[in-house]
Design a protein around this ligand. Structure first.
Ligand SMILES: [Zn+2]
Length: 199
């Protein structure tokens, strides 16, 4: 697989977070959330699409609406798990497999009707790798966990005074990345301090 590494900045990451929870979010809405202009957002999205970082827009199915469907996670700790990961990938009950970079931990998402799948998968792992450590996270919620009070999902801190910014941040694109501030005053104070420090 060809990998394109691009160093994303904090703004790109925020845009990706917003798009991954709603890929149809309007440019203007993203713009107001992260404090950049719509054309700048569009440009960043286009670049991330060209690089293959954004790979499309998919439907988020609420599996909890489907009666009888349950999901489980199985964590397996075992050195050199690549072969086991492949078997898991091929197992019909396994929907997705994650493997740690170190190759010693596998997480398998199992989804099916009735919850039989997890037991089958665990039996298979025990057969293939009897010494593996298996953690069976039986029955997880279908939805990613979020706090009860959603509130503001993105918390910006002021680059000068360190305080939390409520509302749109004042954004400066500096040589070493993007900085957010309460407003022009904090931004100017920051630049002045930076200049003094360089002397
Ligand atoms: Zn400030």
């Amino acid at each position: 697989m060809v990998r394109v590494k691009k160093s994303l900045d904090a703004m790109d990451i925020e845009i990706l977070k917003i798009l991954s929870s709603n890929c149809r979010e309007k440019l203007e809405d993203i713009a107001s959330k992260v404090g950049l202009s719509s054309p700048m957002i569009r440009k960043r999205i286009e670049i991330m699409e060209k690089l293959g970082i954004i790979r499309g827009c998919v439907a988020r199915v609420d599996m909890s609406m489907l009666e009888g469907v349950s999901s489980s996670l199985v964590l397996i700790r075992h050195r050199g798990s690549a072969k086991l990961a492949e078997s898991l990938y091929r197992h019909p009950a396994v929907e997705r497999v994650y493997i740690s970079r170190a190759g010693d931990t596998i997480v398998a998402l199992i989804r099916g009707v009735g919850g039989e799948g997890a037991r089958e998968v665990i039996d298979m792992v025990k057969r293939e790798v009897p010494e593996a450590e298996i953690i069976d996270v039986n029955q997880i919620y279908e939805k990613p966990w979020i706090p009860e009070k959603p509130g503001i999902s993105i918390i910006y801190r002021c680059g000068f005074c360190g305080g939390v910014i409520i509302g749109s941040p004042y954004v400066l694109e500096l040589g070493d990345g993007i900085k957010t501030f309460h407003g022009r005053e904090c931004a100017e104070a920051y630049l002045q301090k930076k200049r003094l420090m360089q002397v």
